[in-house]
Write a protein that binds this ligand. Structure first.
Ligand code: HEC
Length: 254
């Protein structure tokens, strides 16, 4: 009898704890296959360019990209004239004039990407107190970053888990810590038009953004992987040469 009571209490506590855990812990990211995964991983430049377009038209309103310069866009296939045009859409502080007045000038290709807000306070006050983080390194700064980013962008839902209480000004997203995020769902079908006049789905835009932000986080990835492959080939070649040499040197010794 006593045993039964203990068991009932135990089961109730376990259920309560697991419910609490479900309510507060985030889901593991969805698993996607990326072109940049693995030792033969490569950059898909057209995907990166499309991702840049989405960043520029949507995410840039709130998120900075302070470790990328306009000139870096050359590496993903933009021409100098295209980059000039892109840079000149943003304004930066010019050097102070003789009267020490700081005026604005259009950004030049050697400038870093111009941030959306002048400082953290401005960013927070425009976003209900939450800070939109700089996205340059976000893919490297979060565990399983590419999949995490994809999951956040595609993970919004209007049907929270029964035990999740959504605070005012927050949005349900089970892939973010505490399952709620201060960022309103940034993407919707048709928000951006691609160069071929296609109106991409949320999933497509999210994938392209992951390609773009993976590139901003690790622009030297292809060179690093190529070096790894060269080193491996070198070691294999030398193993073969030394094996043949050993056979020759010891051929008369039994
Ligand atoms: C209206 C402003 C706004 C827009 C537009 C916006 N974000 Fe956000 N974003 C935020 C805020 C605010 C946060 C912080 C959320 C929090 O802390 O709860 C955030 C958080 C994030 C995070 C989570 C970072 C972390 O700490 O793990 C990612 C990733 C992200 N945004 C990516 C994007 C991408 C990609 C776009 C473009 C499609 C975008 N955001 C558009 C405001 C915005």
């Amino acid at each position: 009898m006593q045993n039964k009571i203990f068991k009932a209490i135990y089961v109730t506590i376990l259920a309560a704890v697991s419910n609490l855990a479900m309510a507060s812990s985030q889901l593991p990211p969805k698993q996607i296959e990326w072109s940049f995964d693995g030792i033969f991983g490569y950059f898909d430049k057209t995907a990166i360019q499309r991702g840049f377009k989405v960043y520029k038209e949507v995410c840039q309103t709130c998120h900075s990209l302070k470790y990328t310069s306009y000139l870096d866009l050359k590496k993903i296939g933009f021409s100098k004239d295209e980059i000039k045009a892109i840079a000149s859409e943003s304004q930066v502080d010019a050097a102070p004039n003789e009267e020490e007045v700081v005026k604005k000038r259009p950004a030049e290709i050697t400038d870093m990407f111009v941030p959306a807000y002048p400082n953290e306070q401005a960013a927070r006050s425009a976003n209900n107190g939450a800070l939109p983080p700089d996205l340059s390194l976000i893919v490297k700064a979060r565990p399983d970053g590419a999949n995490y980013l994809y999951s956040i962008l595609t993970g919004y839902s209007n049907h929270p888990h029964a035990n999740v209480v959504i605070d005012p000004g927050m949005y349900y997203n089970p892939y973010f810590a505490n399952q709620q995020i201060a960022m309103p769902p940034p993407l919707s079908q048709g928000l951006v038009t691609y160069d071929n006049n296609e109106s991409p789905s949320i999933e497509q835009m999210s994938k392209d953004l992951v390609h773009f932000l993976h590139w901003t986080a690790e622009p030297e990835m292809e060179a690093r992987k190529l070096m790894g492959i060269k080193v491996l080939l070198y070691l294999i070649a030398f193993t073969a040469i030394f094996y043949i040499a050993k056979k020759r040197i010891w051929k008369n010794v039994k």
